[in-house]
Design a protein around this ligand. Sequence first.
Ligand code: PMV
Length: 335
Amino acid sequence: MDITYKPQVSASAPGKVIIFGEHFVVYNSEAIIAAINRRCFGRAEFTGNLGVWIASGVDTKSNPYTIEHAAVRGEPSNKKLLEPLSTFCRHIIREYALDVGLKIYIKSELPIGVGLGSSAASCVMLSGILRSIIRLNHGEEISSTDRKWIYENALYGEQMIHNKSSGVDCYVSTYGGLVHFVGFTETTSIKSQPLPFFLINTRRSHETSELVSHVRRFSRNSSKRFEELTSDATAICSNGVKEMANGSLEEIGRLMTENHKLLREIGVSTKEIEKIIGICSRCGSLGAKITGAGGGGSVLVLARPETISAINGALKGLDLCLEAIKIEDRGLTLD
Ligand code: PMV
């Protein structure tokens, strides 16, 4: 395909938190998911040689370093993570018969494997870069057709990494904001007041597919109970939509804690997560729960400013702390 080369193309896409409904959404229940103000950034340069070369400042210990540093070091752990991303880019380049070679630098604020949607954000960002190369002129607005293309192709890329990805992460990363899902396909944007959310990264990475399989076994072995829990999860999400629009912090926090009890019962919590949630609750948080698949990963906390230092003080013993996050309206952006 003939394209006009720009000197370089840059894009960024946000990570996400699941506020309500993880796991149950797999069974067509509801979920509320928000893009967050932590992004994955990428910059592509054209090279004379065909092929795709990716260097990344992402590492597995939630300790991002600079892209230049990573490119020089060529970390082996990064190679394993980056291979599916290059395969995804090569696939699109082949499909659109693009006569380009790309050097792509990635820098991410999203730690890997802790439920914050880092792989989805990388795929959305790369998909945005590729769409820009294929179709967009410099400075041109991203149309709804472009965004749909970017989402669908990012989802294809993410499914190369996480076999059975639901697509909710890619959707939220592409479009941004706070989204109410019914199952994986029906989506509505929610408007909410700024909410005082915090993350606690346990630094224990999880394998989403294993946890989803664990829940599948639970749903088969205890089908009656699972049905009841799914209907509780649906009610929590429906109430969550109303309360997020009303901005009632107490009620949102209470619903988060209720949601966590369901996740604990289906077996995706851990002793450490229970300890963390106990600390948050004793120190006055409004609510706390797993966000994402569980089994480690991150804990999402809603807390008023006057309780933060007490919570942080008590978390010190576990070498953990709260990190403030905001809901991010911007999805994929291109520069
Ligand atoms: O931890 P994450 O970001 O992979 O989130 C998984 C969310 C699940 O509901 C458990 C699975 C899914 O595909 O929706």
